[in-house]
Design a protein around this ligand. Structure first.
Ligand SMILES: Nc1ncnc2c1ncn2[C@@H]1O[C@H](COP(=O)(O)OP(=O)(O)OP(=O)(O)O)[C@@H](O)[C@H]1O
Length: 303
């Protein structure tokens, strides 16, 4: 189990994280969300041992994770970290990057393991390509495969699919997260993308103003977002009478005492997002078809 106890950290004078406490079980997938600059990457780097803590402690099982003041080399064998920078060897092939840390004394196993990982990240066609000739998304996939090569006990992923196109994203998420579950590898994912969370994370932690403001499973946080910040991570939402409603919880009807004026309609695949003015504020409603600008509509709120 990973345990974070009373962690606080500042870069120079700016306090980034204050009194952070949480734990992650073996095999658990924890998603960390929060606005840009809320400290997600910093928290991952602290867990990896890249910086010294100002206060608090981090443990993986019985090992205390210590920063550079105490360790000549950053990091531990049981933990891997895929940063937003990837840190690959550009002039070396995909397969050599992935197999780099695997033992050369067992060439057959090394080759088999490398092949297995290349398949997980769907890079079979690029196995012998030099990394410098890959796209950003392909490099990101090499970095993920390399982190998995020696089967860590815990994996830290910073925006792991951010450079990967939408065609590949969903299948890669399934490959990687299912692989981690089968191997009982704990995983912490910092992300802006709800699709990295819904369907994969066991728990979700929300960072804001140096603190954890919510921690629960994604289903609960999605169904009952207590704060606009949490709702905004998932979908377009409205605050009506101090309650949060997703756009799909507002329904246009023939007549009601809630009247709004339409400002814009946006096609979003399954339906249309209607932007309208209600009580001098902008609200969003999901509708099956577009509505003309300046048309007056009535709506009801579904609980
Ligand atoms: N090496 C550093 N030195 C000083 N300040 C830093 C450093 N790295 C990050 N910061 C600051 O710390 C704060 C948190 O940054 P961090 O990268 O952890 O946020 P984040 O939530 O991961 O953001 P994003 O979602 O944009 O990646 C930001 O205000 C950032 O400017």
């Amino acid at each position: 189990m990973l345990q974070i106890k009373k962690l606080s950290f500042s870069y120079a004078k700016d306090i980034i994280l204050k009194d952070i406490n949480f734990s992650v079980n073996s095999g658990e997938n924890l998603a960390i969300i929060g606005e840009s600059g809320s400290g997600k990457s910093t928290l991952l780097k602290l867990i990896f041992g890249e910086y010294d803590l100002e206060q608090g402690q981090i443990f993986w099982k019985n090992t205390e994770i210590l920063g550079p003041k105490h360790n000549l080399v950053v990091g531990y064998d049981f933990m891997k970290y895929v940063s937003q920078e990837f840190d690959l060897m550009p002039y070396t092939s995909v397969e050599n990057n992935i197999g780099k840390h695997l033992s050369r004394f067992y060439p057959e196993e090394k080759e088999q393991r490398t092949k297995e990982l290349i398949k997980i990240v769907e890079l079979e066609d690029f196995a012998t390509t030099k990394v410098k000739n890959l796209s950003g998304g392909q490099k990101q996939r090499v970095a993920i495969a390399r982190a998995l090569a020696k089967e860590p006990e815990i994996l830290l992923l910073d925006e792991p699919f951010s450079h990967i196109d939408n065609f590949k994203k969903q299948s890669l998420r399934r490959n990687v997260f299912n692989y981690l579950k089968t191997k009982n590898i704990s995983c912490i994912v910092a992300t802006h993308d709800k699709n990295d969370v819904l369907g994969f994370a066991d728990e979700m932690l929300v960072l804001n103003n140096q603190k954890i403001i919510a921690k629960d499973n994604p289903q609960s946080l999605y169904k009952n977002p207590k704060l606009p910040l949490i709702a905004s991570f998932f979908e377009e939402f409205n605050v009506i009478n101090n309650k949060i409603y997703y756009a799909r919880q507002l329904k246009i009807i023939e007549h009601s005492n809630l009247k709004a004026t339409v400002k814009q309609s946006y096609f979003n695949g399954n339906s249309w997002l209607i932007e309208a003015e209600y009580n001098k504020a902008i609200i969003y409603i999901i509708n099956s078809k577009p509505v003309n600008k300046e048309e007056e509509i009535y709506f009801k709120v579904l609980d």
